[in-house]
Design a protein around this ligand. Structure first.
Ligand SMILES: Cc1cc2nc3c(=O)[nH]c(=O)nc-3n(C[C@H](O)[C@H](O)[C@H](O)COP(=O)(O)O)c2cc1C
Length: 197
């Protein structure tokens, strides 16, 4: 698969097989994150690769608890509203039972923290596709990053007070007959592109 194919066939995976991911594949994915560009070559991205099912379940419990307590109005971002509504019903599953969740953080003081993390996340998603793994960007850790329950829990895995949690990535084999991620993207409207010259 060349780069353009990896880009064109990457789709979010939200159903994962109960199958662990080989260490070599995870190594390749985190290496891809490290090869992403970063503003001023700051290279402040910090990845926490969570494979422990108990930890993943506890993160899901914390997320459900936090979202269930939130309120929303008509201006609230739709995805956040969905998270709140599902959490209130006890039906919220933010990481889709993926066997791996890679939490991404960067220094709060770094003005390009989010942009650098997005580059690292995209590199990881493309690498996962190349390696026949599904992935999905999971934003909840970022939304909840100020919550003391989440902060205190993630601190024991190395996330520091100086870091902002920018996002996370669910990774694993897709729960499909052939075990491969869906590579047929839905039709996307083209972006507005203006050429000058
Ligand atoms: C910044 C960002 C945040 C996202 N957060 C979530 C999320 O929390 N949960 C989720 O299921 N998908 C999330 N996604 C995935 C998008 O929903 C998905 O990329 C979009 O619907 C297009 O589908 P595709 O990835 O299959 O092309 C996120 C994507 C981005 C770029």
């Amino acid at each position: 698969m060349n780069t353009l194919e990896a880009i064109a066939t990457r789709c979010s995976t939200r159903r994962f097989a109960n199958r662990s991911v080989e260490q070599e594949k995870l190594d390749a994915i985190v290496t891809a994150a490290g090869q992403a560009p970063s503003g001023g070559n700051f290279r402040g991205c910090h990845l926490v690769v969570i494979r422990d099912a108990k930890v993943l379940n506890h993160l899901a419990e914390i997320a459900t608890e936090c979202f269930a307590e939130m309120t929303y109005d008509e201006n609230t971002y739709q995805s956040k509203k969905n998270s709140i509504n599902l959490s209130r019903k006890g039906l919220y599953e933010f990481y889709y039972h993926a066997p791996v969740l890679i939490v991404v953080a960067d220094q709060k003081s770094h003005p390009n923290a989010m942009a650098d993390s997005a580059c690292a996340l995209e590199n990881m998603m493309l690498a996962a596709n190349e390696l026949d793994l599904g992935s999905c960007w999971i934003n909840q850790m970022h939304w909840l990053e100020e919550d003391a329950r989440l902060r205190d829990y993630l601190e024991q895995f190395g996330i520091t007070k100086e870091e902002t949690i920018t996002g996370s990535l669910a990774v694993g084999y897709a729960d499909r007959e052939d075990g491969l991620p869906n590579r047929k993207p839905f039709a996307k409207a083209p972006l507005r592109v203006d050429y000058v010259g």
